[in-house]
Design a protein. Structure first.
Length: 559
C-alpha cells in the first residue's frame, strides 16, 4: 500500500496544503537530488510531517497513530521481536480487548500483518504512522541498553589486554566491542558528542545530550591507549603520534542509519583526550518550522532566501545551531537550476549536488582563499562557514554586491551586533547597507518532555524580572516543566528547539548602518518596526509549553 507520487499529489494538492506548482517542483527536486518527494515537501516547509501523515491515513481509511513521543511499555514492545519490527517497519503500541494495535509505515503489508497475528495469537488492527515516527518508536527497544551497556563494557574490560603493540591491541575483539558499545549507546541516547577524557587515575566517558554534558561510565586507566588507537585506525590518523592534535572522520551504520563521526584528538597531561561529534547523515533535513522559526520571523527568512543576491547572516555563540540553520536553508534552495558552493571548517554534512570545500590551513586554504576560488567557479549561492577576519568579510560583501546570495555565520550575541562586528573588521557601512538582507540571531533551548509535561509555578522574582524586561504582565500565564520520566532519563527534557530574533534590513535600518550607528540603536529601531526579540520568542515558547522559563534564562543570560 505504498503510495506512488501521483496518488500523493492528489492527496496533498487536493487538501489545499500544497499547491500543484509546489508539488511539481518538489517532485522534480526529489528526482534530481535522489530524495523522497515526501521528505522534500516537509523540509521545504510546504507541509508538516504530522499533517502529511494524517492526510495519508485519512486517504487509506486507517487510523493515524501519533507515536512520535509516545512511551511504549516494554511488555507491549516484547510482543514483536526488534529484528522483525525493523524488517517490516512496524511497532506494537497497545493491546485492547485481545487486539494488538500495530503502528506501521505501510499498513497494507499483508505479510507483516500475518506475522504479527501468528507471533502474538491476537487479532491485529493496523494504524498508520510516518516513517520517522516508526523509526523513533523502534528506538524504544533500546530501553534496556543502559544495563546491557554496562554489562558489555565490564565483560570486555576483563578480557582486554593492552600491550606495547597498540595496533594489535586496537584490533582485538574486547577493544572493538567497548568502542562499538559506547557509540551504540550514545546514538540511542541522542548524544551529539562523545567525550573520552583521560584523568590521573581513570578514564571518563561523557555524552553531550541536549547541549548538556553527562558522565556515563568510568574506565580503568590504561585502557585509553588501545581505545584511542582503535579510533585513530578507523579515522586514518597516525597511531604513533601522541604529541600533536589530530582530526579525522569515519562512518558506521546503526539500525539502517548512516552515522558520521567527526574526530578530534588532543594531547593532555595524563594522556590523549578524544571528542567525537555524532552526525546522522541519513536523517531528513529539518524544515525551518521544525527548527523553531514561526510567525513574521519565518516569513522574513522565507522571503529573503529567495532573493537572487545579498547576504543572510546567522549569529550566536558556538553550539547555538547556526550551521544547522544554514544547512536547512541550503536544502530548501538546492535545485538543479542553481549552482551552490560552500567553504566550511569542518564540513558537517554532505549535500547532494553542492560543491563543498574543506578549509585546510596547512595548505593555505583558509576561508578567504577558498571564497576567492569559489567566485571563479560560477556559483549562484555561496555559504561561508564563518566570517572571522577582514579579508573574508570584504570578499563576502563583494560577492553579495556582484549578484551572489551569500550565507554565513558570525559570533555575536544579538542580530544587531553583527553590524558593528563587520565594521570593526574594516567593512564600510554603506557597503553593508547595500548587501545585508537579513540577520538571524539564535540560541538552542531544551524542549520539555511530552511524556511527563506538567504545569508549575516558577519563582516569583524570576517572573517579575521578565515582566520588567518585556514591559508586560504575565499574570494568569501558565508555565510548564517536565517531571522526569523513563523516556527522558529523569531530566524532564527531550530534544532541543531554537529561539530567534530576525532583523530584516529595511530602509530605516540601512540608513543607520550607513551612519555606523551602534548596535543598541539599531536594535531599538528594529523593535520599533516589529522585530520580536529572542527573549520574547523564548517566552512565546514557554507559554506554548515547549520549554521552561529557566531554560530561556540559561541560554540568553540577560542581565
Amino acid at each position: 500500500m505504498q503510495l506512488n507520487d501521483e496518488t500523493l499529489k492528489k492527496i496533498v494538492v487536493g487538501s489545499g496544503f500544497v499547491s500543484e506548482e509546489d508539488f511539481d517542483k518538489a517532485k522534480k527536486s526529489a528526482e534530481e537530488l535522489d530524495k523522497n518527494v515526501r521528505d522534500v515537501l516537509v523540509f521545504r516547509g510546504h507541509i508538516s510531517e504530522e499533517a502529511l501523515s494524517k492526510l495519508i491515513s485519512k486517504h487509506l481509511n486507517i487510523k493515524y497513530a501519533d507515536i512520535g513521543r509516545q512511551s511504549i511499555p516494554e511488555e507491549i514492545l516484547s510482543l514483536i521481536p526488534e529484528k522483525i519490527a525493523k524488517t517490516y517497519r512496524m511497532v506494537p503500541i497497545a493491546v485492547k480487548d485481545n487486539k494488538l494495535m500495530l503502528a506501521m509505515s505501510d499498513p497494507g503489508d499483508f505479510e507483516a500483518l500475518e506475522f504479527a497475528k501468528r507471533q502474538t495469537g491476537m487479532s491485529v488492527e493496523p494504524l498508520y504512522a510516518s516513517n520517522d515516527d516508526v523509526r523513533r518508536a523502534i528506538g524504544q527497544y533500546k530501553k534496556g541498553i543502559k544495563e546491557e551497556f554496562s554489562k558489555v563494557i565490564l565483560e570486555n574490560l576483563k578480557q582486554a589486554k593492552v600491550d606495547d603493540d597498540l595496533a594489535k591491541s586496537a584490533e582485538k575483539l574486547p577493544i572493538i566491542n567497548i568502542l562499538d558499545s559506547i557509540l551504540e549507546y550514545a546514538t540511542s541516547e541522542r548524544a551529539s558528542d562523545v567525550h573520552i577524557e583521560t584523568l590521573e587515575e581513570e578514564v571518563v566517558i561523557r555524552f553531550r545530550i541536549d547541549g548538556v554534558l553527562r558522565d556515563i561510565i568510568k574506565l580503568p586507566k590504561g585502557i585509553e591507549t588501545a581505545l584511542v588507537a582503535r579510533i585513530k585506525i578507523l579515522s586514518n590518523l597516525k597511531i604513533d603520534e601522541h604529541r600533536v592534535p589530530q582530526d579525522g572522520r569515519y562512518k558506521f551504520n546503526i539500525d539502517d542509519n548512516v552515522i558520521a563521526l567527526r574526530i578530534s584528538i588532543i594531547p593532555g597531561f595524563y594522556g590523549e583526550n578524544v571528542v567525537m561529534r555524532i552526525l546522522k547523515e541519513s536523517a531528513r533535513p529539518l524544515s525551518l518550522e521544525e527548527l523553531g522559526l514561526s510567525g513574521d520571523g519565518l516569513e522574513i527568512i522565507k522571503r529573503n532566501i529567495t532573493r537572487p543576491h545579498g547576504m543572510i547572516l546567522v549569529t550566536g555563540p558556538t553550539g547555538s545551531g547556526k550551521t544547522t540553520t544554514l544547512y536547512s536553508i541550503l536544502n530548501i534552495l538546492n535545485t538543479i537550476e542553481v549552482k551552490i558552493a560552500t567553504i566550511e571548517d569542518p564540513i558537517e554534512y554532505g549535500i547532494n549536488r553542492v560543491s563543498q570545500i574543506q578549509v585546510n590551513n596547512k595548505t593555505g586554504l583558509d576561508f578567504a582563499a577558498g571564497l576567492r576560488a569559489l567566485l571563479r567557479h560560477d556559483p549562484d549561492i555561496i555559504m561561508v562557514g564563518e566570517i572571522r577576519d577582514q579579508e573574508t568579510a570584504e570578499i563576502s560583501v563583494h560577492a553579495a554586491l556582484t549578484g551572489h546570495l551569500v550565507l554565513s555565520t558570525l559570533h555575536t550575541n544579538t542580530a544587531a551586533g553583527a553590524i558593528p562586528r563587520f565594521i570593526d573588521m574594516g567593512v564600510e557601512g554603506f557597503l553593508l547597507a547595500s548587501t545585508v538582507n537579513v540577520i538571524l540571531a539564535q540560541r538552542l533551548v531544551r524542549k520539555i518532555c511530552n511524556a511527563c509535561i506538567t504545569t508549575y509555578k516558577p519563582d516569583k522574582a524570576l517572573v517579575k524580572q521578565f515582566e520588567s524586561k518585556l514591559g508586560i504582565t504575565l499574570t494568569g500565564q501558565k508555565f510548564y516543566k517536565g517531571k522526569g520520566c523513563e523516556q527522558c532519563g529523569g531530566k524532564g527534557f527531550m530534544g532541543r528547539i531554537g529561539i530567534y530574533e530576525v532583523l530584516e534590513v529595511t530602509e530605516t535600518i540601512r540608513e543607520l548602518i550607513t551612519d555606523k550607528t551602534n548596535s543598541e540603536d539599531i536594535q531599538k529601531a528594529a523593535m520599533k518596526e516589529g522585530m520580536i526579540t529572542m527573549l520574547r520568542d523564548g517566552l512565546d515558547k514557554v507559554a506554548s509549553g515547549q520549554t521552561t522559563i529557566d531554560e530561556v534564562i540559561r541560554v540568553i543570560r540577560e542581565e
